[in-house]
Structures are given as structure tokens and as C-alpha cells.
Design a protein around this ligand. Structure first.
Ligand code: ZN
Length: 261
């Protein structure tokens, strides 16, 4: 694994840039870390949403069925965290890569819609989105309205009066777009893993699958998270590790990539 930081020689950086420029099918896998720079804390961080709302109590599909009013306390807190936030330079760098034909898809674990606001078109949201509500009985969706963030009655389906659930995947529900993700990763030549430790399946399986098919892994995190060390028994699968804040490391790489092409 090559680590790229402020001390890395230009030859190694150029090698990474050239591999990315020549890559036929580059895909990005993004997680909470890419949106921290937009002011959305990682749910799992100290003081993150899971501290106040333990997921097994508030964020499972069973909890929603038993007590939707209680689950809506979490949904309102989630909404307040996300609404009004703007994409940061890391989101914009990925949108720029797509516009230059250097990125085919983004697979994201985030529900904040910031990739789309930044201008990315091919975004596969494995955990759903926060812009819609769904009726689990009629299987319909409707737009999320900001007024639902205020305390009050739980929104209900107009047709069947069932309590509506935000269109985000709760624990115990299947993740989305697995077929499409498998398809776009099948011949992936470089996978950019950005702001996620990819410890939870299915995200955890994606870097391994790309590696098995002969693709390269470029990881952007504060610390290497994919296969921590030889001692842990998990092989290191990252080829290039970009050390630091993704709001800086990713745009820096994209500037180099686009300036020499
Ligand atoms: Zn309904």
C-alpha cells in the first residue's frame, strides 16, 4: 500500500494519477465521512445521532411498526441534521470527475442527497433518501415536507392512514440497488473508497469484490480502515491510501488529474 500525504514523492503521486486517468470504469463508494465537511456529523461519532437515539430502540423496522411516533423523534432529529446543508469540495470533485467521463457511478451509504446537489447524476443510494416518505402498505412514496420536522402528529398516508416512514433504510430492511451495484462493480478498474470504513455489509463486500476481479482500491480516510494490519488477520487491500481530510485530499487529486489530461 502506498500512502499519499504531504511527504509523498511526486513519482508515486503521478503513478496514482496515471492509473486513475487510464482507468476504464472508476466507481466511488462514499460514506458519512464525505459529508462531515458539510456539517453533518457521522451518526456513530461521539455526540452523533446514535448517542441520543440508540439504533436498536429507534432505527429498526420493528421499532417503527411498534411505535412510529417514537421513531419519528429520530427522523425529526435526522432531518434537522441534514436540511439546509450544502455539498463540500469533495462532493464537487466527484461531480467534476463524472462530467469529465472519469467516474461512472457513485454508490453511497448517505441519505443526504448532497452528491446530486453537487451535480452527480449516477448515484446509487443503498440506504434510500431523506427527500421522500413511504407508505409500507400502499408501497407509494410522497415528497418529504419541511413542516414534518415540527413536533406534531405523525404524518399518515392519505389513502390508507398508515403512519408514513421516511424513505430511508432502517435496520432489518433490505438495502437498495444491489443488482445495479453488482453490475457496475463487475468490471470496475478503480474503486474510490471515500469517508467510509466499509465495515458493514453490503458495503464491506464491495472493495473485496473489486479487488478479486483485479481492480485497484484508492482509499480516502483519516486512517486506513480497509484491512487494518497484517496482525489483524485481514489483508490490506488498499493500493493507494490518501491520508487526511477528504475535503482536501480528493479535490487535490482531481485538480492534478484534470490539469495534466
Ligand atoms: Zn397507504
Amino acid at each position: 500500500m502506498h500512502t499519499i500525504d504531504s511527504n509523498t514523492d511526486s513519482e508515486t503521486i503521478e503513478k496514482a494519477v496515471t492509473l486513475l486517468r487510464n482507468s476504464q470504469n472508476t466507481v466511488a463508494l462514499t460514506g458519512a465521512g464525505i459529508s462531515v465537511g458539510s456539517g453533518i456529523p457521522d451518526f456513530r461519532s461521539d455526540g452523533g445521532l446514535w448517542t441520543e437515539f440508540p439504533p436498536d430502540e429507534y432505527a429498526t423496522i420493528e421499532a417503527f411498526h411498534v411505535n412510529p411516533e417514537k421513531a419519528w423523534q429520530l427522523f425529526r432529529a435526522l432531518g434537522h441534521t441534514i436540511v439546509g446543508k450544502q455539498p463540500n469540495p469533495a462532493h464537487q470533485a466527484l461531480a467534476e470527475l463524472e462530467q469529465h467521463g472519469l467516474l461512472t457511478h457513485i454508490v453511497t451509504q448517505n441519505v443526504d442527497n448532497l452528491h446530486q446537489v453537487a451535480g452527480s447524476n449516477n448515484v446509487l443510494e443503498i440506504h434510500g433518501d431523506h427527500l421522500h416518505l413511504q407508505c409500507l402498505v400502499c408501497e407509494t412514496t410522497e415528497p418529504f415536507l419541511e413542516q414534518y420536522l415540527e413536533q406534531g402528529d405523525t404524518p399518515r398516508c392519505e389513502k390508507c392512514r398508515t403512519p408514513l416512514k421516511p424513505n430511508v433504510v432502517l435496520f432489518g430492511e433490505p438495502v437498495r440497488h444491489l443488482g445495479a451495484i453488482e453490475k457496475c462493480l463487475h468490471d470496475c478498474t478503480v474503486l474510490l473508497v471515500i469517508g467510509t470504513s466499509a465495515q458493514v455489509y453490503p458495503a464491506a463486500g464491495l472493495p473485496e469484490a473489486v479487488k478479486r476481479n483485479g481492480g485497484l482500491i484508492f482509499e480516502f480516510n483519516h486512517y486506513p480502515a480497509l484491512g487494518r494490519s497484517a496482525f489483524s488477520g485481514v489483508p490490506i487491500i488498499t493500493d493507494f491510501f490518501f491520508s487526511g481530510d477528504v475535503v482536501e485530499t480528493l479535490p487535490n487529486l482531481v485538480v492534478k488529474l484534470l490539469s495534466n489530461s
